[in-house]
Design a binder for this molecule. Structure first.
Ligand code: FAD
Length: 492
């Protein structure tokens, strides 16, 4: 007999509800705890998971496997080419290992929920005790309702409810313990599982050797690193987060999104530790801590939206009227955006950082999302997909939510008439032009404010000499075009 924990996007031991539940069963029945992870290239293709995120996942799996092995818990990893075979394979493995108990945390995307439901049915038919648990959100989707019994579609009142719920249920922020070591016989009985190697990435999701080195340096894998970053951020940067979070240099934010996205760090741990640092308060004291907690809550909010309006996972806008917006489908312009050659230095800096680092700050994401959907009037879904192709933290609900916000097509979006002026954004959030100089080497020699708009502020000859492009669209003309098209569509 044994109990199996099926790892998915919860690649950690600390504060992992289903793993903890499995460990409790192991302790109670004195049976071994076994871990399993199924790699699905079809899932990665369907979700447009980036090579950077696949690389991070595989590195995190290696780390997790090592950590679990220290407790004599094996982590068995295998690849299943067809994702529809996964439920049967999970059942087969449980039967092969003689396991009567299975635990896993729920994933809320439509395909994943269907898969979970299938496993529930299969286990019920085969007398395996399987309970999927809610874990990834701090407050479980479906718990918060408006006063009139509706689902929240606006963040601010939802967040008020979210905070109130956490205050009423302080135990929600009590973190679960790590599993205990397996009984010694586990090594004897399941010795082969300990030899399991983590497979390599599928060919179409492989990073180059140079990228592998770069990403390992930028985002070292594993929960110990996640926890270290969290502690360092809370001590050093969080107090000034409300003031500095949008600045494009100096890394004022936590850069924890890859760790949350792969479940290497739990959002609950993050909120619990931020609360503790904030004199155990969820409403007073440091503005920085409360602001940061509210950002972590945005992640919960977008999952709540996915659970209640799953049609958004079918390539649709949350705001149905926005379906009528008449987009431009200019391939060449789209490519200039992807390559960071729009002639708007702040946009180009961000798009180049995305390709190089597989990550962007929220401000940079908002600037390029607004530019693509409003200045270029290109369908936001192309940008959403491009982000997924590159981001190490690519996550369906947050990415869809972020694009919906920036393009004014989503839930609780930026009003459509609020169109970022990329030149003003540049001056405000990169006042010295350091961010631009870092990512756009053609403009490194440009001094002063000219860096924000070289061709109109006296640095044209340098920009031209170094091959920096002229602006691909005129902001004020494209702003008027966007206003007209959005107005027409939203008023239909
Ligand atoms: P911090 O500022 O330190 O915030 C802490 C955590 O809170 C983040 O790690 C993240 O998990 C969560 N968070 C912060 N802001 C948001 C937000 N606006 N929406 C949802 N969660 C938030 N985030 C992703 O994790 N994956 C994505 O694919 C993604 N795509 C985005 C696309 C667009 C167009 C936009 C505008 C935003 C997107 N975001 C996405 C949200 C946000 O930009 C990132 O989570 C954040 O920049 C990550 O940096 P950080 O970890 O330093 O965040």
């Amino acid at each position: 007999n044994a109990v199996v924990h099926w790892f998915k996007t919860d690649l950690r031991m600390q504060d992992n509800r289903a793993l903890h539940a499995a460990a409790e069963i192991a302790k109670q029945h004195q049976i071994p705890l076994l871990g399993v992870y199924i790699i699905s290239p079809e899932d990665w293709a369907a979700h447009v998971t980036s090579p950077a995120r696949v690389d991070f996942t595989l590195r995190s799996l290696r780390q997790l496997q090592g950590d679990l092995a220290q407790l004599d818990i094996p982590l068995y990893v295998e690849t299943q080419e067809r994702r529809k075979n996964i439920p049967n394979r999970i059942l087969e493995l449980c039967q092969q290992w003689g396991a009567n108990h299975l635990r896993a945390n729920i994933e809320y995307e439509v395909d994943e929920l269907r898969r979970e439901a299938k496993v529930v049915r299969l286990c019920a038919k085969n007398n395996i005790d399987f309970t999927p648990l809610h874990d990834t959100c701090v407050v479980t989707p479906g718990v918060l309702w408006t006063g009139s019994g509706k689902q929240y579609a606006v963040f601010t009142p939802w967040f008020k409810g979210w905070l109130a719920y956490l205050k009423e249920n302080p135990d929600l922020l009590e973190l679960s313990e790590n599993p205990q070591p397996n009984p010694t016989r586990a090594r004897k009985e399941f010795g082969k599982l300990f030899d399991c190697e983590i497979p390599a990435a599928p060919k179409n999701k492989t990073v180059t050797e140079e990228e592998a080195k770069r990403f390992s340096k930028l985002f070292p894998a594993g929960e110990h690193e996640g926890r270290k970053r969290l502690e360092k951020f809370l001590a050093d940067k969080c107090p000034d987060y409300a003031r500095d979070r949008s600045m494009l240099t100096g890394e004022p934010t936590s850069v924890l999104s890859p760790y949350f996205a792969s479940g290497v760090l739990s959002a609950r741990t993050a909120v619990a530790m931020a609360k503790k640092d904030n004199k155990n308060q969820l409403d007073r004291n440091s503005q920085g801590h409360m602001h940061w907690i509210s950002e972590v809550a945005w992640r919960d909010f977008y999952r709540h939206v996915l659970v209640h309006w799953p049609f958004i996972g079918m390539n649709k806008c949350f705001k149905v009227e926005a379906t009528n917006i008449e987009w431009e489908y200019d391939k060449e312009q789209f490519q200039t955006w992807c390559d960071g050659r729009t002639g708007y230095p702040i946009v180009d800096a961000a798009m180049r950082q995305l390709k190089h680092s597989a990550w962007l700050s929220n401000r940079a994401r908002m600037i390029v999302a607004s530019f693509l959907s409003k200045d270029m009037l290109i369908d936001w879904r192309r940008g959403e997909r491009h982000f997924m192709e590159y981001l190490v933290d690519g996550d369906f609900s947050s990415n869809h939510g972020g694009w919906g916000f920036g393009a004014s097509t989503g839930v609780d979006p930026q009003p459509y008439f609020r169109i970022f002026n990329p030149l003003l954004q540049s001056e405000k959030f990169d006042p010295e032009g350091e961010y631009i100089r870092e990512w756009v080497p053609e403009l490194r020699d440009v001094q002063g404010k000219a860096i924000h708009d070289p061709y109109h502020r006296g640095a044209g000859p340098t920009a031209q000499k170094n091959g920096y492009p002229k602006q691909i669209v005129d902001h004020s003309a494209s702003r008027s075009r966007a206003l007209a098209r959005y107005k027409e569509a939203l008023q239909k």
